[in-house]
Design a protein around this ligand. Structure first.
Ligand code: C2E
Ligand code: CA
Ligand code: CA
Length: 660
């Protein structure tokens, strides 16, 4: 019984809703209303433009017909006959100006104001039609002008159906009433009465017009709905159904401003699910998506009414003004861990950043919460962290490096420092390693440990390296020209250099430009660069070998895949990483390892060099172990070319007569 009743109730409600919708009494969604609003203003702009043109035309006609021929003697008469044209022209100009200001975003969009202007313009149009029809020229014939204006008002602007019906019926009644009561035949002076045929024609005209107006309304309505769903798709994340980061950006920007104006303290939160990849691998893509949806839901539930979004992968973002932020994050983590009890490897981490500038770009601000969150990696006990001054300093330095690398290269802030490399047997200088320094007038001296990782991460490292190679070659040429000592220099190559530039062409170009022998430039490639078998790098290495460059394997033993590297690539020299010389004294294992690495290198026909030589003990050991070259603070820290040359000149370094 109840079901029956409910069914009837539903049908009744549906019918009522249908009628309401059909007549246009329903409340339109904000997007649709906005869309219609704009469409109306655009139509108003066209309409007012046409009215302006028409009025000017009318005025020109009048001037040609009466003023030029001398029929209109005084200004008073001229004004009397043209006053309506001037008034309409003025009104149309006002509406046109309003529409332009509105469309170009120069005034605040106010629906009530637009409605006022629309009604105003419509009245002007209709009145113009009537005036022209009944007071001008050969009466009756100009009726077409009035009907055109009705068509204009009814169909160019979008009216809700009930307004169209009401307005057009009203006009139809007024129109027939006026003709029947006031219209007089121009020639005979006899009052005009509409015949049956005319009445039927006019009524049909007004009914058709109403239908057209209603259909235009619904067409526009559907267009607006379509545009809305497209716009929604643009701002919705398809996995979780949450807003995406684009939407978040606009929402967060508004929200932060509102919060700050109310003296509240907003905070950006960046969530990261640790080990989500493992979950995805174990349970597959579908389950992974389901997981993200559930987590997104939990996050939204804990921040009702505040901007939340899914960023990329397993990252979610929120901006909140609530006081108990840490508690909320804790609750989210608890809820999520409760639901995924068995997956103990999963964890939720959150980075927080509290903005102080209401106008800052939310994406950049969010980045700080992201940076904070990245500090939680592999810290099991900690799941929440705030962006602090230390992180800020790092972040600023990073931004500085990225924003200024081009300038630093151009202005010569990038300097080459040379660290001596000696033969272990006699301690004579057999070359140097070129190491980059950034001597910045604003921030001071920057070490490679600061800028190299940033440049690599952002794929800008080739800019720096290109500058180093050129500087080295240029200096070498100058030394040659001046008859100063010249020695081979080893250049550091990042893995990315092989992707971002044509290494062979780059080196060949420099060799050609500065006329330098190829065996005066060594190519150092760090072991960690060679983890993946990269055909491009391998090809470049083959070409470099064929051309006669010596290729050195840097930092051997520092990574996880040292042996694989030896298997897959061919090097001329192996540089033993300095980790083995750390706490070297008394550590028999270190000694054994270094010895066997040196033997391994020899058995593979490679020359050897050990880095990080800091004391006498290391020197003696390496000499006995048969290491070919030595490099380290014991022989000298990286220094300028002038310093190296001065030390060669004063005998501190003795330049060897063999370099290979
Ligand atoms: P790397 O190629 O292994 O360079 C050796 C680093 O160890 C240098 O640090 C050097 O100053 C330092 N070093 C040398 N001898 C000793 C020693 O006896 N004890 C200790 N504790 N350290 C020693 P630096 O100049 O700070 O460079 C760090 C890293 O930055 C370099 O490691 C290299 O990977 C990278 N790098 C430096 N310059 C460039 C460059 O021009 N291009 C590229 N792509 N990377 C560079
Ligand atoms: Ca190196
Ligand atoms: Ca090294």
């Amino acid at each position: 019984m109840d079901e029956n009743k409910n069914g009837k109730k539903n049908i009744g409600k549906k019918i009522l809703d249908g009628i309401r919708y059909g007549l246009g009494f329903n409340k339109n969604p904000a997007y649709v209303a906005e869309y219609m609003h704009e469409a109306n203003v655009r139509s108003a702009a066209y309409m007012s433009l046409v009215v302006i043109a028409l009025e000017i035309w009318m005025l020109i006609r009048y001037v040609k017909k009466y003023v030029v021929t001398g029929k209109c003697a005084t200004f008073g008469i001229f004004w009397h006959y043209t006053r309506y044209y001037w008034i309409f022209l003025f009104c149309a100009l006002i509406v046109f100006a309003y529409s332009l200001l509105f469309l170009y975003g120069k005034i605040k969009k106010n629906r009530a104001v637009t409605a006022l202007f629309t009604v105003f313009l419509s009245s002007v149009c209709l009145y113009f039609g009537m005036i022209t029809s009944f007071t001008d020229f050969e009466k009756g014939k100009m009726i077409i002008c009035f009907l055109t204006m009705v068509l204009y008002v009814g169909c160019l602007l979008i009216w809700r159906p009930f307004i169209s019906a009401f307005m057009l019926t009203g006009i139809a009644v007024a129109f027939t009433y006026w003709i029947n009561n006031y219209a007089v035949d121009d020639k005979t002076g006899i009052p005009i009465q509409l015949g049956d045929g005319d009445t039927v024609n006019y009524i049909t005209y007004f009914i058709s017009l109403t239908m057209v107006a209603v259909s235009i309304y619904f067409q526009r309505y559907r267009e607006a709905k379509k545009a809305q769903s497209l716009a929604d798709a643009m701002v919705t994340d398809d996995v979780t159904g949450m807003p995406n980061i684009r939407k978040f950006r606009t929402e967060a920007s508004k929200y932060v401003k509102t919060c700050m104006s109310e003296e509240k303290k907003p905070a950006y939160v960046f969530f990261n699910v640790e080990n989500f990849l493992t979950y995805n691998d174990r349970f597959g893509y579908e389950k992974g998506n389901e997981f993200l949806k559930i987590l997104g839901g939990i996050i939204e539930d804990h921040f009702p009414g505040e901007p939340c979004a899914r960023d990329t992968e397993d990252h979610f973002v929120v901006v909140s003004c609530r006081d108990n932020l840490a508690d909320r994050i804790g609750q989210i983590r608890e809820a999520f861990r409760k639901g995924y009890k068995k997956e103990i490897y999963l964890d939720l981490k959150a980075g927080i950043f509290r903005p102080s500038d209401p106008d800052a770009d939310p994406i950049l601000e969010l980045n700080k919460a992201r940076i904070a969150c990245s500090h939680l990696k592999n810290r099991e006990e900690l799941y929440i962290i705030e962006y602090d001054e230390k992180m800020d300093k790092q972040y600023r330095l990073r931004q500085y490096v990225l924003n200024n690398i081009d300038k630093a290269v151009k202005e010569g802030f990038i300097k080459v420092y040379y660290q001596p490399v000696v033969w272990s047997e006699d301690g004579k200088l057999c070359g140097c390693e070129a190491l980059a320094r950034w001597d910045d007038p604003e921030t001071g001296f920057l070490s490679p440990g600061v800028f190299i990782p940033v440049l690599e991460e952002c794929r800008q490292i080739h800019k720096l390296d290109r500058c180093i190679y050129e500087t080295v070659c240029k200096s070498m040429r100058e030394c040659m020209d001046k008859g100063l000592p010249v020695f081979p220099v080893s250049l550091n190559f990042s893995r990315l250099d092989f992707e971002l530039m044509d290494v062979v062409a780059e080196l060949e170009g420099l060799i050609e430009k500065y006329q330098i022998p190829r065996d005066y430039l060594h190519v150092e490639i760090t072991e960690s660069a060679l983890t993946e078998n990269m055909s491009r790098l391998q090809e470049a290495m083959n070409v470099l070998h064929a051309k006669g460059y010596s290729i050195w394997l840097d930092d051997f033993g520092s990574g996880y895949s040292s042996m694989n590297v030896l298997k897959d690539y061919r090097f001329d020299l192996l540089k033993v990483d300095m980790v083995f010389l750390r706490n070297f004294s008394g550590n028999e294992n270190s000694k054994k390892i270094i010895k066997s690495i040196l033997e391994l290198a020899k058995s593979l026909d490679m020359m050897t060099l050990t880095e990080g030589v800091e004391n006498d003990e290391a020197v003696k050991f390496l000499q006995e172990a048969g290491c070919g070259r030595l490099q380290g603070y014991f022989y000298g820290k990286p220094m300028t070319l002038e310093d190296i040359l001065a030390r060669i000149a004063d005998g501190t370094y003795v330049l060897s007569d063999k370099f290979i």
